[in-house]
Design a protein around this ligand. Structure first.
Ligand code: SAH
Ligand code: SF4
Length: 337
């Protein structure tokens, strides 16, 4: 679009978008005539449809409308020591995991590089308006990132270079697409890998995560091992604690065995399941989570119990279902940008 401009100008524009935000008026380093032209020509792929802030004010969910009307969500989470944005890579998801609101909504389309990058740019701005610096990216929003590698990698490389984020502060979460994990090991950037396990035997995992039939646990763990051989970077296993389904002692013992098949052994993140309309089972109680954690720790597996961030605004893991008729939170406020 700006092909007629000298290289230093297009670099300046790119930098201005990232650092000054999307309003050309702020780009005082550029001549006024150019600012006007950019304002007119620049495609802006995300339009703010709504944003909501959690009770505690530390979780902000953005609902974005794309140019074709598709909707996606990103979530900014503020912690004392870091600010993390959770971004989407697809509108919807084709993987159909039974417990996930995005999966229940089905697949609409792949996001483009620009649509992925812009979620980070917008979150970075929102964080900076609150006096915070965006420090981490987790690719754990809507969609399966390794089913959209064509857009994912250029987007990750761009935000990594532009915002000087360390690769280890960028986490890609996958449902377990084995060929994608193998390619991940060959990418130049050593990002952190999280694998959504949720079950440590194929029978249960097939029920929760249909793609397990294509890439069953043995193949998945073998791919994680190949990744580790190349990267020497600890892998996380994500485990949504589902009441009476995967939170028994024997589940913890099997999970510990899988974690130890890797060296260094996998780190386990436990998070209570967030109930969704299509899978109204409850998340495990605090008591059961603590018992599960104790079994893992007795087996020398390192564990983090994560909070249900943004539950009150449907911004928690697996609750993202933009435009779907999920429970409307009274906390939501209309927002225009
Ligand atoms: N598709 C990728 C990344 C997006 S899902 C993946 O599956 O890893 C992000 C995380 O939310 C995954 O770990 C997923 O299993 C988890 N998740 C999905 N639905 C959930 C729910 N209802 N409660 C808790 N976690 C959920
Ligand atoms: Fe897709 Fe991940 Fe949800 Fe499964 S859990 S349906 S892979 S977004």
């Amino acid at each position: 679009m700006f092909a007629d401009l000298p290289r230093y100008r297009s670099d300046q524009i790119w930098r201005a978008i990232h650092h000054e935000g999307l309003e050309a008026d702020n780009w005082t380093a550029l001549p006024a005539s150019l600012r006007e032209r950019i304002d007119h020509d620049l495609p802006c792929s995300l339009t703010a449809a709504m944003h909501s802030v959690s009770d505690a004010g530390d979780t902000i969910k953005f609902l974005w409308a794309l140019e074709d009307g598709a909707k996606i969500e990103s979530v900014l989470m503020l912690y004392p020591d870091r600010a993390t944005v959770c971004i989407s890579t697809q509108a919807g998801c084709a993987m159909g995991c039974s417990f996930c609101a995005t999966g229940q909504a089905g697949f609409r389309r792949q996001l483009s590089v620009g649509e992925i990058v812009e979620q980070v740019v917008r979150a970075r701005r929102a964080a900076s308006e609150l006096g915070r610096r965006l420090s981490n990216i987790v690719v754990m929003g809507m969609g399966e990132p390794l089913a959209n590698e064509t857009a994912l990698w250029p987007a990750i490389e761009r935000v990594h270079d532009e915002f000087q984020l360390s690769a280890r502060h960028i986490t890609v979460s996958t449902v377990g697409l084995v060929p994608g994990i193998d390619r991940l090991a060959d990418r130049p950037l050593p990002v952190t890998l999280a694998v959504s396990l949720h079950a440590a035997d194929n029978e249960l995992r097939n029920k929760l995560i249909p793609i397990n039939r294509r890439y069953p646990l043995d193949e998945l763990i073998a791919a994680c091992d190949r990744y580790l051989q190349r990267r020497r970077r600890r892998i996380s296993f994500e485990w949504a604690m589902i009441d009476g389904v995967n939170d028994r002692e024997e589940d913890a013992m099997r999970l510990a065995d899988l974690a130890h098949r890797l060296s260094p052994s996998a780190h386990v993140n436990l998070i209570p399941l967030n109930s969704t309309p299509g899978y109204p089972v409850r998340g495990s109680s605090r008591n059961r989570i603590e018992r599960f954690r104790a079994v893992l720790e007795a087996q020398r597996v390192t564990v983090t119990v994560r909070r249900n961030r943004g539950d009150d605004i449907d911004a928690a893991c697996g609750q993202l279902a933009a435009g779907q008729p999920v429970t409307l939170s009274r906390k939501r406020s209309a927002f225009t940008s």
